[in-house]
Write a protein that binds this ligand. Structure first.
Ligand SMILES: *Cc1c(COP(=O)(O)O)cnc(C)c1O
Length: 386
């Protein structure tokens, strides 16, 4: 089945003699079992609200089919999905290798939380590839990747990282949010775990937070399940329902995000105000060749390195935008544009460029309207400079 079809057929109810197209929202903490045998039987599937309802199972089935996993579990946010996927495999004394371009809250979890429990994060340059083997010790339990990287969009060589992980008994955990699980399949590329902030494209409407964790095999899945359970993670049935509703249109939305994103990226790359565009589908993006090899498409999020410009002119640019909103997160139907600061986070490979970096999310508005908006921003920028 192609991705478009998987997203439509997975997780649908099949009750006789009739059933709604989608599972209705099933809010429950307590489930009642009519007989003792039902009580025993129920424990295998649905027992208690925190362990999920039919809405959770339907979404898990859908994401799992998309990610090609053995099993998928949900977390209340993308961040907690990452947290659980790391905690599942380490204990005091272990090391975690972390991409230097990882999502900043992931980094803070490693630096401020993992360290307190005796787990040491070690950052590696995102394009390190097979040389990651030089950093691995017998204490390495998790290799954390995010491809492309947050803010700077380096596309990582996941098969090379997976090989290093397999040789050393560590698990490769990949943040696959950017591809929405549609354009990249980390598990097929050798990862043990593929995580998504479903908050972004899966939900797609900027109105709910959720995370997914797809595991490649039974042992990995069991460890992830127990980590979530012991963390007390709970996803509301309403949010699981909303995310599945979003997932039904994911492929169609993503195709449009891709088309508009590419159009904007190409237009921007020809602008005199722009130093270079960090869009994985363009040659100017580090790791572009790997994107071509491992991805089947690009979503709507990319970076732009501007030529040096003063803060007043940059402020004028942002304040002139009418369609692009300034806001965190991405993956919704609305376009976003924010000033980002990779220089604040990097340690393994410092980001030393003085040029401002902006991050654009191409929403579902008309592409030419969006280009006109950016043009308005650049005009305001030029006016502020004089
Ligand atoms: C947003 C994001 C997350 C975290 O998701 P939340 O649902 O906000 O916790 C994780 N990874 C990446 C790459 C993200 O962009």
């Amino acid at each position: 089945m192609k991705e478009e079809t998987k997203l439509i057929v997975a997780g649908r109810p099949h009750r006789r003699p009739a059933h709604p197209v989608n599972h209705p929202v099933e809010r429950a903490s307590t489930y009642l079992f009519p007989s003792y045998d039902d009580f025993l039987e129920g424990a295998k599937n649905i027992t208690y609200g925190r362990l999920g309802t039919a809405n959770h199972r339907a979404l898990e089935e859908t994401v799992n089919l998309l990610e090609g996993g053995y099993e998928t579990r949900l977390a209340p946010s993308g961040l907690q999905a990452i947290v659980a996927s790391v905690l599942a495999f380490c204990q005091a004394g272990d090391q975690v290798l972390v991409s230097d371009a990882v999502y900043d809250p992931t980094r803070k979890f490693c630096d401020r939380f993992l360290k307190r429990f005796g787990v040491e994060p070690i950052y590696y340059p995102p394009l390190i590839g097979e040389d990651l083997a030089d950093l691995v010790t017998e204490r390495t339990k998790v290799i954390l990747a995010e491809s492309p990287g947050s803010l700077t969009f380096e596309v990582q060589d996941l098969p090379a990282l997976a090989l290093v992980a397999r040789k050393t008994g560590a698990r490769l955990v990949v943040d696959n949010t950017w591809s929405a699980g549609v354009y990249c399949k980390p598990i097929a590329l050798g990862a043990a775990v593929s995580v998504q902030a479903g908050t972004k494209y899966l939900v797609g409407h900027a109105d709910c937070l959720i995370g997914s964790i797809a595991s490649a095999d039974e042992e990995t899945a069991r460890a992830v399940f127990h980590a979530l359970l012991q963390l007390g993670a709970n996803v509301s049935a309403d949010d699981a329902w909303l995310a599945l509703r979003g997932a039904r249109t994911l492929a169609a939305r993503l195709a449009r995000h891709q088309e508009t994103g590419l159009k904007l990226a190409k237009w921007l790359s020809r602008r005199p105000e722009v130093e270079r565009v960090l869009h994985p589908a363009l040659k100017s993006c580090p790791g572009h060749a790997i994107w071509k090899r491992d991805f089947t498409g690009a979503s709507g999020l990319f970076g732009v390195v501007l030529k040096p410009v003063g803060l007043p002119a940059l402020k004028a640019f942002f304040n002139a935008l009418k369609l692009f909103g300034m806001g965190f997160s991405w993956g919704g139907f609305e376009s976003l544009c924010v000033h980002v600061h990779p220089e604040r986070y990097r340690t393994a490979e410092p980001w030393t460029e003085e040029c401002p970096v902006i991050r654009i999310h191409a929403g579902l508005e008309d592409a030419d309207d969006l280009i006109a908006d950016l043009e308005r921003g650049f005009s305001a920028m030029a006016a502020a400079k004089t």
